[in-house]
Design a protein around this ligand. Sequence first.
Ligand code: PLP
Length: 363
Amino acid sequence: QSNQRTFNFNAGPSALPLEVLEKAQKELVNFRGTGMSIMEMSHRSAPFEDIHNGAISRLRKLYSIPDNYEVLFLQGGASLQFSMIPMNFLKIGQQAGYIMTGSWSEKALEEAKLFGEPYEVASTKSNSYRNIPTLEELQFHLDDAYVHVTSNNTIYGTQWSVFPDTGEIPLIADMSSDIMSKPIDISKFGMIYAGAQKNLGPSGVTVVIVRKDLLVKANEEIPTILKYSTHVDGNSLYNTPPTFGIYMLGEVLNWVEEKGGLEVIAKNNEVKAKVIYDAIDNSNGFYTGHATLESRSLMNITFRVADESLEKLFLSEAKEVGFVGLNGHRSVGGCRASTYNAVPLEACQALSDFMVQFQNKHN
Ligand code: PLP
């Protein structure tokens, strides 16, 4: 029941819209009079085809995706994209630029080294990935196969607000943790990819939006299932897709539409993040944000309790009163509140209030 829902700040998989979960629950056993669950249906049946193509067209509509882009639903998570991108688009000896803003960029770069000559365009590692590089710091090579960027750094809590202009070089963005959180001009990108499990639905589906001309130049001598063109040719039905996940993704997109689309979602996300950042900024140093002000993420709010001896207590008291998922990533520690689309303002306000109360008690 709705009143038993917890305040869920998990980084991923994360909160889903309650309305979507309830609708899925209603339709679970007998999907719209078919006498079957979605999970029990052929992926080539008419009802599933409607779900699948409906999800693609909703995604196209919400982002105004131009016709010269393909929309794919793949498997293997965003992590498989770290490999598929260089496998498809990087030739032996060819360079690609990687902008290093956190652990996920590092993982993407490592995979590219297996296929070509990727290099670091810029890195903020020496600043503990507290910031996004300035546009002036980015020096690409004109013959790069592509430039790779992580649009939102889930672990460090930083986010690009203005993307670099790479001119003729295709910009490829890992948007796993901020896809569908605000309007984006798709035409600025060669490719966008995202694991679904933060803003789009359950884990198991990876969304890829790729410009068609890149596919024409892609490497041919790679395994069939790892070629983007295979999935374009099969409308993402080359093999059995994660049917339930695609259904859920379609319903989440429907929810985004019903909320009023990406402009409204973006405004909500700003308000939600602000109430928590305010608790940090008005704490006179009791809480310290990890990210620099200009690079702050609206999706993952990373902070420390300045007095380290109180941090464990903060996290355990928060847990006790019903806040879930506030521990920072195991690689960096501290605290992190992930405020993805489905996290309601009410949850953010409750956390902000709790932070103030905790401070007043222990200051
Ligand atoms: N990229 C980013 C920015 C992420 O946050 C994550 C997971 O949290 C990944 C990639 C890896 O995604 P997956 O688990 O779908 O492979």
